[in-house]
Design a protein around this ligand. Structure first.
Ligand code: PPS
Length: 321
């Protein structure tokens, strides 16, 4: 049974009371997303961004890069462009390179993680590469435990696990790898691309949340934006985006649970179509999810054991005869 080590408790957020959180959120509500992100980059230790390269996450990523560039410029830092030769460096001053090369030559200041469920669209995987090239960022990819390929996953858990045991599927492909990422990177605060206009559980999303039990901070800097605002930003700043958006997709997850949006007023209407489900588990109570997963595994093991015992009993008369 895949297990991460016990979830760490964020030492930073343990100093927050509910009153502190309310106060901070009231302040954050008055800030633009850029200012929220800037505040987080300065104030929150162990800050990382988790993204499936949805339109919201791409806006956030672009904003982080712009803030980083501005900060470097303000601090008069002159990074060496990855592509320039030594002789060019001698003839031009650093500032010239900085302006000429733009943010493609900057080191990304907030670690970026992507959970590869093994069932993403090829368009999403292509975009992941495009984004890394565009921003010159080292992407940290996390996969289901002990799985390099889809075949590895299916050897361990069977084919189309989402049809037979949706909860275990979500835990194995998203929740556990995500938690492993947070542990390994020492994350204390995680930026996500959720927005209130995505409706469902997200309709009343706070900008800053504290995960119960672990104290992990979750920051949703674009909580107040509409899809249209996100889209306008992407086009205005020429941010790379998923080719599936041009085919009517609005929210993009695994290929087997994602379709173009069926309702133009509900951007997540193409996710888990025909099911009650609205979340993959990444943003629900971690301990509850883990407990349910463990209970399901126990039941499966008990069932297997009783089937094996029944088979032994059934074979017994044949052996005696
Ligand atoms: N596979 C994967 N890897 C890393 N991070 C992920 C992943 N799936 C979801 N997320 C994070 O959740 C944000 C909302 O995603 P979705 O609207 O697609 O919903 S869901 O999480 O799949 O239910 C999503 O926002 P974006 O950054 O806009 O993609 C991420 O912050």
């Amino acid at each position: 049974m895949p297990e991460s080590t016990a979830p760490q408790v964020s030492s930073f957020s343990t100093t927050f009371t509910p009153a502190h959180l309310k106060f901070i959120n009231a302040k954050l509500e008055k800030l633009s997303p850029e200012k929220i992100i800037e505040w987080a980059m300065i104030s929150l230790p162990g800050l990382i961004q988790t993204t499936a390269f949805g339109p919201t996450g791409l806006v956030i990523l672009d904003m982080i890069n712009r803030i980083h560039i501005d900060n470097q410029a303000a601090a008069n830092v002159h990074p060496t462009p990855a592509s320039s030769s030594a002789s060019e460096d001698e003839s031009d001053d650093g500032d010239h390179h900085f302006k000429k090369s733009g943010y493609n030559t900057q080191r990304h200041p907030v670690p970026l993680i992507f959970i590869d469920t093994m069932y993403h669209f090829q368009e999403t995987l292509d975009l992941a590469q495009q984004v890394q090239d565009h921003y010159n960022i080292p992407l940290k990819v996390y996969k289901p435990l002990n799985c390099e390929t889809t075949a590895d996953f299916e050897t361990q858990y069977g084919q189309r696990l989402w049809e037979t045991d949706d909860l275990s599927y979500d835990y194995l492909v998203k929740v556990e790898p995500g938690r492993r990422a947070y542990q390994e990177l020492g994350a204390q605060a995680v930026i996500s691309g959720r927005r209130r206009s995505q409706k469902g559980d997200r309709a009343h999303l706070d900008i800053l949340e504290i995960e119960s039990g672990t104290g992990l901070l979750k920051l949703n800097p674009l909580a107040s934006w509409s899809f249209q605002q996100v889209w306008t930003y992407l086009r205005a700043y020429q941010v790379p985006f998923n080719a599936l958006l041009d085919q009517g997709y609005r929210s993009i997850g695994d290929w087997h649970s994602t379709k173009p949006a069926s309702n133009p007023d509900d951007e997540r209407s193409g996710r888990w179509e025909g099911k009650q489900k609205t979340e993959c588990g990444l943003h629900v109570d971690y301990f509850k999810m883990r407990a349910e997963f463990q209970a399901t595994q126990k039941k499966k093991q008990a069932l297997l054991a009783s089937r094996e015992a029944a088979a032994v009993v059934a074979a017994a008369p044949a052996i005696q005869a």
